[in-house]
Design a protein around this ligand. Structure first.
Ligand SMILES: Cc1ncc(C[n+]2csc(CCOP(=O)(O)OP(=O)(O)O)c2C)c(N)n1
Ligand SMILES: [Mg+2]
Length: 319
């Protein structure tokens, strides 16, 4: 399991570092919200899922998309606005999807995919498929009315959905404490009769074990469940750079998280020869994804309305 988790963590870290490196050249036609530092949440949780399960996310979803098995080439092409992108080059970084891998379309509008996850999971319950959904969202999404509406409905209908709140302490540059009473979102969620927990740990092995037992509970009919995972983003809210000079947070605050970097921690637990092979394979895969994205065409202007028509025909319906 450790090599598998390491590969997933290293791959996401390196993909996003590469996005950050090429971003100033303007080949990426999309704002990017990087997950660097937060990867362990998506990796730990998604490793507990089956291919037929589905994940739902928001603007910061590169890690979730890749951890669930989303196609790397299609994601990088999407960021480049190319026709081969996972949303046909029309959506960019905040609108990722890979239906075959169980990545349902993400949205830039904070909180909006939480009810999508609930609806999808409710359909699974009614059909008796045994599949579960995971809704990934941030602490900022808990400020939205739709968050509470979705929790309430999920609790009443005993929906097999795992709510994963990636609490990095900020919504853009505003602190959680300036927007919400108390710091425990899970404490408030319990008033809906929803079980789960709150953890401040980057430990990917712990997160994976926890997610596995929660997912097993969902499949056994004990849904919905909620985990609030305190985490920390190392880069700015949006864009490739750091933003410790903006005055809303300090580098000192990031220190504990950087010292507990899961990519480095897991690397120490793998023999160097095996680690080298993983790193080399991942680097080749990333270089190829950027090469393909660069070479791919932009969408034809004449196809602008293609997907608008297809929505009406139900082409986006996931099985
Ligand atoms: C409904 C809505 N309100 C405001 C915004 C602007 N906005 C984009 S990201 C963001 C912060 C979201 O914070 P959080 O949910 O904690 O996610 P994080 O960026 O920390 O991962 C905001 C307010 C938006 N996209 N949608
Ligand atoms: Mg946040």
């Amino acid at each position: 399991m450790i090599p598998k988790l390491y590969r997933a963590l290293y791959r996401i870290r390196r993909v996003e570092e590469e996005i950050a490196r090429v971003y100033p050249t303007d080949v990426i036609r999309s704002p990017v919200h990087l997950s660097i530092g937060q990867e362990a949440v998506a990796v730990g949780v998604c490793a507990a899922l089956e291919p037929g399960d589905a994940v739902f996310g928001g603007h910061r979803s590169h890690a979730m998309y890749l951890a669930k098995g989303g196609d790397l080439n299609a994601m990088i092409a999407e960021l480049h606005g190319k026709a081969t992108g996972c949303a046909g080059g029309r959506g960019g970084s905040m609108h990722l999807l890979d239906l075959a891998a169980g990545v349902l379309p993400t949205s830039a509008i904070v909180g909006t995919t939480i009810p999508h996850a609930v609806g999808w999971a409710y359909a699974q319950r009614l059909r008796g498929t045994g599949r579960v959904a995971v809704a990934f969202f941030g602490d900022g999404a808990a400020d939205e009315g739709v968050f509470h509406e979705a929790l309430s409905f999920a609790a009443v209908k005993r929906v097999p959905v795992l709510f994963v709140c990636e609490n990095n302490g900020y919504a853009e540059q505003s602190r959680q404490g300036d927007r919400q009473p108390g710091n425990s979102i899970f404490e408030r969620v319990q008033s809906y009769g929803i079980g789960g927990g709150r953890e401040k740990t980057g430990d990917v092995l712990f997160l994976h074990r926890t997610a596995k037992s929660l997912v097993a509970m969902l499949r056994a009919g004990f849904g919905p469940l909620f985990i609030e995972l305190v985490t920390y983003r190392w880069r700015g809210h949006v864009g490739p750079g750091e933003d410790f000079d903006l005055g809303y947070r300090s580098r000192e605050e990031a220190r504990w998280w950087m010292e507990n970097d899961q990519v480095a921690k897991l690397a120490e637990q793998i023999r160097s020869a095996e680690r080298g092979v993983i790193q080399q394979e991942v680097e080749l895969e990333i270089a190829e994804a950027f090469r393909l994205a660069d070479a791919a065409p932009f969408p034809e202007p004449g196809t602008l309305l293609d997907h608008a028509e297809k929505v009406g025909e139900g082409a986006w319906t996931a099985s």
